[in-house]
Ligand binder design. Structure first.
Ligand SMILES: Nc1ncnc2c1ncn2[C@@H]1O[C@H](COP(=O)(O)OP(=O)(O)O)[C@@H](O)[C@H]1O
Ligand SMILES: [Mg+2]
Length: 353
């Protein structure tokens, strides 16, 4: 069998009537990659996925699979597999019949169908459930049947549209790890749509962050988290502090005072947003280590989350979030407490204002 394939979208523009849903989409998914499309509801993720599957038509642009322009090719000739959020299983058919459905449509010999169904069910760990009906399975098991049915046809590309959204949190976390393991084992090019940043970050090799039909940034999870290109990405991928500032002469001035610019931004001038993650902020009764920039502040809110404590503090006219590790028996700071926040200059990024 041929190895994994590349998927490309070139200059794709798509509108439903006057509603422009995809704008100038250029995207390359590498062979064997686990690629996530991440963005809020309505930003165009499913539309782009359906376009790759062949269920939508764009006004402009092209979709390429394995270097071949498939723009005019109907879905059933693209050999891509899609799993929907709703699973879309046949309730009157058994698990085995559901998984066999796509294979029988292809008029494969009965023995081949049986063999492929067995292999797909084994892959998702449902061999013993072949004779049951979907209604007799849990949500997670139904999701696996949908996955098995798609994998059974041995697609060149696996398209997953929010496949874990209907599962409860614990099962969702378990299934996403299984999905990653399975994807790595099969080495099948996979595009995974989700609105959940944690889900994207924990599964994908690379993520495309979408907003209002535009790809904002593409990168590995750590790259997006550490170096967001704009405010939207900074706020969508995790929690972040943003403080307006003015960069000049290798430093940036803001209501927090003047701090040296991070390496890589030293040449920057003009209005910017200073961005830093809540866990990079230190909180202390008195100013601490001189490697940080300390500012007096007042605690306005405290949320105990177990793993850490999330503080909202007011320093002059800025509200900051400071996540502090929780130590056994540590009462922490109460709302109203006078504290000092320590900003680590090495953990700052500048993004356009
Ligand atoms: N078949 C369709 N006809 C008309 N409008 C559609 C259709 N499919 C999606 N849309 C619209 O396109 C926009 C993006 O939808 P969608 O791609 O489903 O977003 P997402 O998957 O990111 O939540 C929405 O405004 C939605 O109403
Ligand atoms: Mg969607």
């Amino acid at each position: 069998m041929k190895g994994p394939v590349r998927v490309e979208a070139r200059d794709v523009n798509l509108a439903f009537g006057t509603n422009v849903v995809l704008r100038d989409i250029d995207m390359v998914v590498e062979p064997g990659e686990f690629f996530a499309l991440l963005g809020p509801s309505g930003c165009g993720k499913s539309t782009l996925l359906r376009l790759i599957a062949g269920f939508n038509r764009a006004q402009r642009g092209a979709i390429l699979i394995d270097g071949e322009d498939v723009t005019g090719v109907p879905p059933w000739k693209r050999n891509v597999g899609m799993v929907f959020q709703s699973y879309a299983l046949w309730p009157h058919m058994t698990v085995g019949e559901n998984v066999a459905f796509g294979l029988e449509e292809r008029r494969l010999p009965r023995a081949t169908v049986r063999e492929k169904v067995a292999r797909a069910l084994e892959l998702v760990g449902l061999t013993e459930y072949a004779g049951r009906r979907p209604g007799q399975l849990s949500g997670g098991q139904q999701q696996r049947v949908a996955l098995a049915r798609t994998l059974a046809i041995e697609p060149r590309v696996l398209l997953l549209d929010e496949p874990l959204s209907n599962l409860d949190a614990k099962l969702r976390h378990h299934m996403r790890r299984e999905l990653v393991a399975m994807q790595k084992q099969l080495a099948i090019t996979t595009i995974f749509v989700t609105h959940d940043q944690e889900e994207a970050m924990t599964t994908a090799d690379r993520i495309a962050v979408m907003h209002q039909g535009v790809i904002q940034q593409v990168g590995a999870p750590t790259a997006l988290y550490d170096d967001p290109v704009n405010r939207f990405v900074a706020e969508f991928v995790g929690t972040i502090n943003l403080v307006p500032g003015e960069a000049a002469g290798g430093a940036v001035a803001s209501s927090l005072g003047t701090v040296g610019l991070p390496a890589g931004s030293v040449g920057r001038t003009g209005r910017v947003e200073i961005a830093f993650r809540p866990h990079s902020v230190a909180l202390s009764a008195a100013p601490g280590n001189a490697s940080r920039h300390w500012v007096a502040a007042t605690v306005s809110e405290r949320e105990f989350l177990g793993e850490f404590v999330r503080y909202r503090v007011r320093a002059g006219d800025v509200e900051l979030i400071a996540d502090q590790p929780h130590a056994l028996g540590d009462p922490g700071f109460a709302p109203g407490a006078r504290v000092h926040v320590g900003v680590d200059p090495g953990q700052l990024r500048l993004i356009p204002a």
